[in-house]
Ligand binder design. Sequence first.
Ligand code: UD1
Length: 337
Amino acid sequence: MKKIFITGCCGYIGSHTCVELLDAGYEIVGLDNFSNSKPSVLERIKKITGKEIKFYEGDMLDKNLLEKIFNENEINMVMDFAAFKSVGDSVSKPIEYYIDNVSSVLTLLSVMKEHNIKSLIFSSSATVYGTPEFVPITEESKTGGTTNPYGTSKLFVEQILKDLYKSDNDWKICIFRYFNPIGAHQSGLIGEEPNGKPANLMPYISMVATKELEYLSVFGDDYDTKDGTGIRDYIHVVDLARAHIKGAEKLNKEKSGLFIYNLGTGEGYSVLDMIHAFENANHVSVPYKIEARRPGDIAECFADSSKAEKELNWKATLTLEDMCKDAYNFTKNRKEK
Ligand code: UD1
């Protein structure tokens, strides 16, 4: 029996993971409150996979709803994608962020415990490393020093999960620290759909390319990097989604344990690299202006993902060109609708 409960199943990473899991033969029970996603994603997942999710609309903070879901379905693992993820909003709305990203996980964990379901994959972020002491970043690198409530909420949940595991070794927990997920499903049906003006680089570049936005502001060209712009480890969202299948296989195999993995490609690209890669992949132009640094940004962040490769037999396989093509394809599709 392979039934997985997915919170945030219609969101950016959740929806791509649903597709990969359904294709791999897993059954899914999904929850979403559509706070940053759309009901049409369910139809699009069905169109891609030919399979359906058993869906519940609602909030992870709603304990009664979680009880109902666990009573009505024989769930044996949970993947938790439901969270707010805007760094800027988290600074102006810390209470909302801590409620949504931390309290909701506590609600989920308490219901899981009551139902004796102790297998969890949690979506964390490279942001827990704060300003990295060195790159590439390994899982042993120091965490902390996060610069915003979003990052701190991920750090808090990691600590909660470590404390939980310490208190009860029956738990099987996998924490994935995502680097910078970009791109979209090859079908062009699902992808990143930010509400309003995007804050992240790739959706912004895509919308400049489709002329929905005039130009990209490059936040700083005076970092200590090869061309002065910030360097990140961009990873195709489908590669990231596939890691969750490996994570599920690992947890199904293990008796207990808390496992932490970086999910990145190990390659660092600058903002200017990304603009040029996007232009070359899609034969479009992306006008940009160099502007001031964005507060809270770091110069360089990329992963050592060899632990995931060794222990999960997972490795990112999609290229920067794939990421750029798929992101543009999705943005164009979205615009035409
Ligand atoms: C941020 C968060 C990360 C979160 C991710 C996705 C931090 C430190 N990082 O990553 O935790 O998972 O968003 O929500 O909290 N850039 C521009 N112009 C733009 C937008 C971005 O030049 O209009 C630059 C940035 O300065 C940076 C790079 O592009 O160098 C990537 O930025 P972004 O896509 O926002 O991701 P991060 O800040 O790395």
